[in-house]
Write a protein that binds this ligand. Structure first.
Ligand code: ATP
Ligand code: MG
Length: 571
């Protein structure tokens, strides 16, 4: 691994002492920021929206800075509070109650956020679904969750297999509605008639808030159930890791169909009353830079897949834009290749802070914070209140530098409380008091964690265990390689051999010489045993719609095996 280290930087960061933060830490102290101290009851919609709307100094602040092709809008906290109240009234009119599952299947828009908080205000459980899902994905998720109501658009309605969804009572249509059936509720009309007053449903911290289906990288997506209590961790990590400040303009690129898009695209900024940029549609590098530039974004939370595209687009593209407002960048979703960090220092003069967590964990767990040194390739250290370790399959802790299961001591505020309809799946995560993540990693002597791969993806070649991430990171350092996905391919002699699938940067042609050169590059730069014996050039690497490389698909294609659940596969 790259042993370059990037020291903490001053600037306008809130440089907190990591060691002090961890000492005598109690989640209860974070709880004191919220109003349940007074009543014992809570609702995340109140803490994220209404609380600011009731504050004369905050109510006219822009909560939502919305931009998509052909539409731009600013929505204040007071407006968002009123709009979500109206929608909560609409839901009550159609008999939505606490605990009911109400799903959203629509593009990001101001209506989405009003509907989302409207759902939470009734005490119902929100289930956001990514707009690009096709019929099978919608069927699976709405059946599994026994959704009672769905909010969608007339354009997407054709992908909702209503005949297979007996629990689905009503469908709210956002947009010009020509349907004539009492199954459908016209959003615009109902919102016009609804009042802006609503008595919020006060709930317990342990009451349900969200169901998120996982990304499907390793198999069938799981319905992960989160409770209002998660806000404690959203709030705290926004301060420690996102370095949130009152005058920030914050942009999280994730869609709310994925957990990053709710925990950090909705709750983290709004629990702090910070202006949140929401950008709909698909992005090219110019759109990314253009959005950062146009809105003077100060803090940016994105993903390796986006950052790798920016690297490929080159430095000339960066130079076209004014990014001087930007002061803090974070990444999540996949391991962050060291090359991307090195490039970030050049392109932005900023460090890129990797954060590790999962749908199941509900919020960040292992992170790089502004006050700590970054070791490129490492996902950092656990946040205060979190004990992380590397354990064997029986849940015994392993010594430093040994690869094993990345595990977290059970019980943190944002942890999932169940897997919907699947108690045995839920149980299977826990061994000997540890939540076992399914990722493999090791910890160095200084407590930094190093991601190696999904457990299923670790390659065993000639008796050596090789994580695909290391090999992929080395591959993309080669000037010809844009992206790489690495798998183990069964081999009678070596157990497995390493096979790499790559895409090429513009200006490079596939040839035997090029592939030999790439192989040599990994061999000399990483190690002989980690150099792929086979390299195949592809037009694209299969990814989930949240941008994660699907190694299991590369593997099943390679071996001619059934592909399993592909509902989240990007086209
Ligand atoms: P499924 O569980 O359905 O197979 P998934 O695991 O991709 O899909 P998510 O919960 O969206 O679904 O993703 C969590 C996973 O993403 C982690 O287990 C890890 O493998 C990967 N991941 C997230 N952040 C990082 C990171 N910073 N470094 C390395 N891997 C990461
Ligand atoms: Mg997972």
């Amino acid at each position: 691994m790259d042993m370059q280290r990037i020291p903490a930087r001053d600037g306008n960061h809130n440089l907190q002492d990591y060691k002090k933060m961890r000492e005598n830490f109690s989640w209860n102290d974070v709880k004191n920021n919220f109003s349940w101290n007074e009543t014992g009851k809570v609702n995340i919609a109140h803490e994220a929206i209404d609380r600011h709307a009731e504050d004369p100094s905050k109510k006219d602040k822009v909560a939502l800075l919305y931009s998509s092709p052909g539409r731009e809008e600013k929505v204040t906290f007071e407006q968002l509070s009123k709009e979500s109240n109206k929608f909560a009234n609409v839901l009550k009119k159609y008999h939505v109650n606490k605990g009911d599952r109400v799903f959203l299947f629509m593009p990001r828009s101001p209506e989405f956020y009003a509907a989302f908080f409207g759902i939470l205000k009734t005490g119902a459980i929100a289930g956001p679904l990514f707009e690009a899902f096709m019929e099978q994905a919608i069927r699976d998720r709405l059946q599994d969750s026994e959704a009672k109501m769905l909010i969608t658009t007339p354009e997407l309605l054709g992908r909702v297999p209503q005949e297979d969804l007996p629990d689905l009572e009503k469908i709210v249509l956002v947009g010009d509605n020509s349907e004539d059936s009492d199954k459908y509720i016209d959003f615009k009309k109902e919102m016009n008639d609804a009042t802006t007053d609503f008595d919020i449903e006060w709930v317990d911290l342990e009451d349900g808030m969200l169901i998120h289906y996982t990304s499907g990288s390793t198999g069938k997506p799981k319905g992960v159930y989160h409770v209002h209590n998660a806000m404690i961790q959203h709030y705290a990590t926004a301060e420690w890791v996102i370095d949130m400040k009152q005058d920030d303009v914050y942009w999280c690129t994730a869609d709310p169909g994925w957990v990053t898009g709710t925990s950090y695209g909705i709750f983290a900024p709004w629990l702090h009353g910070v202006t949140n940029v929401i950008r709909g549609g698909r992005f090219t590098p110019d759109d990314w830079y253009g959005t950062l530039d146009k809105f003077n974004v100060t803090v940016w939370y994105t993903a390796p897949t986006a950052l790798r595209k920016l690297v490929s687009a080159g430095e000339d593209t960066v130079k076209k834009h004014d990014l001087t407002s930007l002061r803090h960048i974070m990444s999540v979703g996949e391991p962050l290749n060291p090359e991307v960090i090195t490039w970030g220092l050049k392109a932005f003069d900023l460090r890129i802070h990797d954060t590790w967590w999962m749908t199941e964990t509900g919020a960040m767990l292992i992170v790089n914070i502004p006050s700590e040194e970054i070791r490129p390739g490492s996902m950092g250290k656990p946040i205060p209140g979190i004990e992380a370790s590397i354990v064997d399959n029986e849940g015994n802790e392993l010594p430093p530098n040994q690869m094993g299961n990345l595990a977290i001591k059970e019980g943190w505020p944002a942890m999932m409380r169940k897997v919907w309809n699947n108690p045995s799946k839920f149980e299977s995560y826990f061994i000997n008091g540890w939540y076992v993540s399914g990722d493999s990693a090791y910890r160095d002597e200084d407590g930094y964690f190093w991601f190696q791969g999904r457990l299923d993806d670790v390659i065993n070649t000639s008796g050596e265990r090789v994580g695909p991430f290391e090999v992929e990171s080395k591959l993309i350092e080669h000037p010809a390689v844009a992206e790489a996905g690495v798998i183990g391919k069964p081999d009678p002699e070596r157990g497995e051999i390493i096979k790499a699938f790559i895409t090429l940067n513009d200006g490079y042609e596939n040839s035997d010489e090029l592939l030999a050169d790439i192989r040599k590059f990994v061999k000399t730069g990483l190690s002989g045993h980690a150099a792929p014996r086979e390299i195949e050039v592809k037009d694209t690497i299969p990814k989930t719609r949240s941008g994660k490389i699907m190694r299991r698909l590369l593997k099943s294609w390679e071996l001619g095996l059934p592909t399993g659940d592909t509902s989240t596969l990007e086209e």
